[in-house]
Design a protein around this ligand. Structure first.
Ligand SMILES: [Zn+2]
Length: 452
């Protein structure tokens, strides 16, 4: 019998985040990374830019980041990978994405609620077929790596098989994947409905078998308030209480029609945020997708609960949902905010493409983001939003060796990007050109937990 990676009850011990490599590897290149603030007494830099830099790692963990000469002197026996003047950045974090929706990306012409009905639900119904779920999970995880995404918070479908397929494949690739079975007990086709009891039973079963196996985590995942009854939200809130450290993901205040519908469905709630709050679903590691149209009360409440927002600009433009003001949210509340592709409403799995749209939203709202803030949003910001910043999100000793090599001159890139890169006068201009003109073709290498 071939030994396959699998969940706890198959006898596998899972992986440890290590590739089994005992020796040290040093990648040489132009290191650019956000940096954690380790001490409020003596805050260090929040952004590192090391042109002749190096990252050393062993056993899936970063050992050193710094000037190439210094790092090489510390590890004289290390294997060397020389990336020349290419950029080395942290593995990207996608804080909100639907893996089943890769088959319906770029479906035209509808706003959120009609788009769900016409495209999303028929696409997700196909995941009752485990073979289809397996094939899609294979494609999706391959695409994450191709796009430089090493950590993702992912919606599956209502079917437990969809989560199994994703986790199985992510464990093989050693990706840091947080996912859960979507819970819906109303306002969707019969074939996609569960019940309050079955939603909790299936979620607990998946959690018990897959949570913290390798780099995987389970997430309690009600799709959004309109497709869950009060009883289901309350049942998931009880489950959340039983698992106080587990991530919760759902959608919030994406579109004005949706918000009006929530008002009709939950007449006793103060507002949309309160629908989740009353059920016990607003807390640290609650990650709310979109949050485009929130009142000051709601933002303040989310911040007080230490909840997070996944900002999904390509999706918000594509569905015409609105523009999320990251500056307002941070100013009012200091909320943790990550970047979400929200494929399939989002139009690309590439964090570079998604950052292009994040920049444009910020520019439209009169609060343009700078390059360090953009890079942070797609890396450490996302890790903080998901509560995994102790292990990923930046290139720092002790964190997982997740890193991405970006090459503005990769053969497949557009001639325009190459020419603009030639004319970049500093790191910020080069990185910005990659964000505005680049996509997965600029990702020439993705190292996942020291492997790649
Ligand atoms: Zn979504």
């Amino acid at each position: 019998m071939t030994e396959q990676p699998g969940p706890r009850d198959t006898g596998s011990t899972g992986t440890t985040g290590s590739t089994g490599t005992t020796g040290t590897t040093i990648v040489l290149g132009h290191v650019v990374t956000p940096a954690s603030q380790t001490s409020s007494q003596t805050p260090g830099p929040t952004h590192l830019d090391i042109p002749d830099g190096a990252v050393a790692y062993a056993g899936g963990t970063i050992q050193a980041v710094g000037a190439a000469d210094d790092v090489r002197a510390s590890y004289p026996d290390a294997a060397i990978v020389d990336e020349g003047d290419r950029l080395i950045v942290p593995g990207f974090v996608d804080a909100h994405v639907h893996f089943p929706q890769v088959d319906m990306i770029a479906s035209p012409g509808l706003e959120l609620l009609d788009w769900l009905e016409n495209y999303t639900f028929p696409t997700e119904a196909r995941f009752a077929d485990a073979a289809h779920a397996d094939a899609t999970a294979d494609f999706f995880t391959d695409q994450l790596i191709a796009n430089g995404v090493t950590t993702a918070c992912v919606y599956s479908t209502v079917h437990p098989e969809s989560v199994e397929a994703l986790f199985r494949r992510a464990l093989e690739n050693n990706l840091r994947i947080i996912s859960g079975k979507v819970c819906m007990d109303r306002n969707a086709p019969e074939a996609l409905l569960d019940t309050p009891d079955s939603a909790v039973a299936d979620s607990v079963d998946l959690l018990e078998r897959w949570h913290q196996v390798g780099r995987l985590e389970y997430a309690i995942t009600p799709r959004f308030a309109p497709t869950s009854s009060d009883a289901q939200l309350a049942a998931l809130g009880e489950m959340a209480t039983a698992y106080p450290d587990v991530l919760i993901q759902t959608h919030l205040a994406e579109n004005t029609g949706e918000i009006a519908w929530v008002g009709d469905l939950f007449p006793d709630a103060v507002d949309y945020t309160d629908v989740y709050d009353r059920a016990g679903l607003v807390r640290r590691r609650s990650v709310f997708g979109h949050a485009v149209h929130l009142s000051e009360r709601e933002l303040t409440r989310l911040a007080a609960a230490e909840a997070s927002i996944a900002h999904c600009p390509t999706s918000n433009f594509f569905l015409g949902s609105g523009m999320f003001s990251l500056a307002r949210a941070q100013e009012l509340s200091g909320l943790r905010i990550g970047l979400g592709s929200d494929v399939g409403a989002g139009t690309s799995l590439s964090p570079l493409v998604t950052l292009n749209e994040a920049y444009k939203v910020s520019r439209m709202l009169g609060t343009p983001m700078d390059v360090p803030a953009l890079l942070r949003l797609a890396t450490l910001g996302g890790a903080e939003a998901l509560g995994v910043d102790a292990t990923v999100g930046s290139l720092e000793p002790g964190k997982d060796a997740d890193l991405v090599v970006l090459d503005a001159h990769a053969d497949a890139n557009s001639a325009v990007l190459k020419r603009r890169a030639d004319n970049a006068v500093n790191t910020g201009e080069l990185l910005f050109a990659l964000m505005i003109l680049g996509d997965e073709r600029a990702v020439t290498r993705t190292v996942v937990a020291g492997d790649g």
